[in-house]
Design a protein around this ligand. Structure first.
Ligand code: RP5
Length: 252
């Protein structure tokens, strides 16, 4: 599937770098494109961070569990560039190389918790408005080094939708996760050498436990609300529209 961010002439997130625009038939790495020379960009703010890959590329164990960092893609074995050994995006050329504003070369692992309910017969989920793009989104986030995805799901939900409250006060909600998706995310931050992947888990409130719970936006979230699926969700962040489609299918 061609990325919804492919061929855009608006600058790459948070920069003035314009991605190379080329014919979409040349996206797959196995199609020869000898003149392909996109801009290289790794943001200063994505360097020298506890979560950033700043060392020689040859020191990282790509396609493996590398210490406490999972570099194994949900999409299977990924290729490394013959030029410098950097991982190659499994979805093909993006028009920009480097890490962009992502921390890791290769897969950058996230987790997306979809907390849902029926309210007056209408399917709803807890959504946040992202500070960076102002788009509505699932309150997901990055898996920290050494963290289990199940921990990330709760921690990120708490940071973004509960203003950092102990997520275990909702322990009955977390008790029955249903994994809806594991894989690549069509995220605007993706580059030729760094991309987002996620695990999407649904936690459905079957018993009205969240009826009177007051959600509070925190961390990277500007707002939080129960988002009614029926109202339309085409403009959600990244691949979140596809994830909500999966949610909708669960309850059809
Ligand atoms: C998306 O970015 C994932 O689906 C997840 O929702 C999110 C994680 O990034 P941050 O919210 O931490 O920026 O690709």
């Amino acid at each position: 599937m061609v990325s919804k961010y492919f061929g855009s002439t608006t600058p790459y997130t948070g920069s003035n770098v314009i991605k190379l625009v080329f014919d979409r038939s040349l996206i797959p790495w196995n199609i020869p494109f000898p003149s392909y020379n996109p801009p290289e960009y790794t943001a200063e703010k994505a360097k020298k961070q506890p979560w950033s890959d700043d060392k020689e590329l040859s020191t990282y164990k790509f396609n493996e569990i590398d210490g406490n960092i999972n570099r194994v893609s949900h999409m299977g074995h990924y290729l490394l560039s013959e030029e410098n050994g950097a991982p190659l995006n499994p979805q093909g050329r993006t028009g920009i190389k480097g890490r962009g504003i992502l921390g890791r070369y290769g897969p950058n692992m996230a987790a997306d918790p979809i907390v849902s309910r029926f309210n007056h017969g209408k399917l709803q989920f807890v959504a946040i408005k992202r500070q960076d793009t102002k788009e509505w989104a699932i309150p997901g986030g990055m898996v920290d080094a050494g963290e289990n995805v199940s921990q990330t799901l709760k921690r990120e939900f708490s940071e973004e939708a509960m203003d950092g409250m102990d997520p275990n006060i909702l322990h009955e909600i977390w008790a029955h996760p249903k994994i809806l998706y594991k894989g690549y995310v069509d995220d605007p931050r993706n580059t030729d050498n760094a991309w987002m992947e996620t695990v999407v888990a649904n936690f459905h409130d079957h018993h009205g436990l969240l009826q009177n719970f007051k959600f509070t936006a925190g961390s990277d979230a500007a707002e939080v609300k129960w988002f009614t699926v029926e109202d339309g969700y085409d403009n959600l962040y990244a691949s979140h529209r596809d994830f909500i489609k999966l949610l909708e299918n669960e309850f059809k």
